[in-house]
Design a protein around this ligand. Structure first.
Ligand code: ADP
Length: 385
């Protein structure tokens, strides 16, 4: 097998059938068939560049010319691959005959990270200890992996910070109760109430974190139980009546007579509107009114349910809109904390909707409130109604 491949690469078997064969490394009596190498590496998804022992380009595939547009056959690779790490690795690989692995990054036009393997190839005719005939370079784009690593690190840092703040408050009050306030019943009552609040906040945060990871775990499993969105929204609005009354906000629902059936997980869908309506009451409550509208719409031949939650509060400045569904992103951290928020509500909404094949659109004009509109595909059994 190995022998056959080398014969093939060096043109031993197929040379007579290749017209545009380009000879390299003539001096070692080996004819390296650049056209054949090019055909072989064309099928590989990652950038691949093959060099001769002098560091000149023998062949490269299309992904390689995207990575290094200046690559030209017959020219030194260092003209197109200028990263010092790469130039050095090629020199080392040709000089020592040992494979090299290097990492490098590009800053322009975007941050990208690559890993390159530079492998010297010695063909069978070579004498022992001779320099390699070819140098094979493969590149792997590490950018998506790096991004995930960064996101994970950010997430852990954020989650720990969010937990550490109430924990520090709790510890502070425990110490005060053990020391200076030991014999002060009035202070004890007040401090215990604050401690309960902080403990509740930690519990909410852990609850949201667990829900997020559970939803992510099931992200690729589409739920398949028919759920009526009209009933879900009415249940949520009923459940939030106490909060609405305390903020003196009226919730008005406009819904079709008949049910709006989607395939879903009822508890998760309840969570979506709990978050959206609760946010409207907490952040947009000054508008004194929250309108929830449910409707059936057709988009690109597909029947969809559209449910919008509109408040008449202060609204959200445009620069925040694209980031609202990021974990822990808040417009005003102080206000969110004061409202008992975790900064995870809209991230949960986004993940639940993704899992259901739905979308969230947020529109707002500062001073005129905000609209959070959810679109979900209607169940096929509902389309026929
Ligand atoms: P939180 O737990 O902070 O409420 P969310 O993810 O639910 O987290 O919301 C993120 C942020 O978006 C909130 O902190 C708030 O700043 C902003 N926000 C959400 N809904 C509204 C709204 N209806 N009006 C104004 N701001 C809102």
């Amino acid at each position: 097998m190995r022998r056959g491949l080398i014969d093939w690469l060096t043109g031993g078997l197929a040379r007579s059938r290749i017209d545009q064969a380009r000879p390299f490394a003539e001096e070692s009596k080996i004819r390296i068939d650049a056209a054949l190498i090019e055909v072989v590496i064309a099928g590989l998804p990652d950038p691949v560049v093959v060099l001769d022992r002098e560091g000149r380009v023998v062949a490269f595939n299309a992904p390689a010319s995207v990575l290094a547009p200046a690559l030209r056959s017959g020219e030194p690779a260092s003209f197109a691959l200028r990263m010092p790490e790469i130039v050095d690795a090629i020199r080392q690989a040709s000089a020592t005959g040992e494979a090299q692995r290097v990492e490098f990054s590009e800053r322009v036009p975007l941050d990208r990270w690559y890993e390159a393997h530079v492998v010297p190839v010695t063909l069978r005719h070579a004498r022992a200890g001779a320099r390699p005939d070819l140098v094979l370079m493969t590149f792997h784009d590490q950018t998506p992996l790096r991004r995930i690593e960064e996101m994970r690190a950010d997430f852990v840092a954020n989650a720990s910070h969010e937990l550490r703040t109430p924990l520090a408050t709790l510890t502070g009050f425990v110490e005060t109760l053990q020391g200076p306030a030991r014999n002060d019943p009035a202070a004890r009552e007040r401090f215990l109430a604050i401690m309960k609040q902080q403990a509740d906040r930690m519990a909410r945060l852990i609850d949201d974190l667990l829900s997020l990871s559970r939803i992510e775990l099931n992200a690729h499993r589409r739920p398949d139980t028919p759920v009526d969105l009209v009933a879900v929204v009415r249940q949520v609005a009923d459940g939030l009546q106490t909060l609405a009354r305390s903020r003196e906000v009226e919730i008005a629902i406009t819904a079709p007579e008949e049910p709006l059936l989607v395939l879903g997980d009822r508890d998760e869908l309840v969570r979506v509107w709990e978050n959206l309506v609760e946010n409207a009451l907490k952040y947009g409550g000054s508008g004194k009114r929250v309108d929830i509208a449910l409707a059936r719409e057709a988009a690109a031949g597909l029947a969809e349910a559209v449910v919008s939650v509109r408040d008449y509060g202060p609204g959200i400045a445009p620069e925040h809109l694209p980031r609202l569904t990021e974990r822990f992103y808040r417009v005003d951290v102080g206000q969110s904390r004061a409202e008992g928020g975790t900064g995870l509500g809209l991230a949960l909404v986004k993940h639940i909707l993704n899992r259901h094949g739905g979308r969230l659109a947020i529109e707002s004009t500062v001073g005129q409130g905000a609209t959070f509109a959810v679109r979900l595909p209607l169940a096929a059994l509902d389309e026929s109604l």
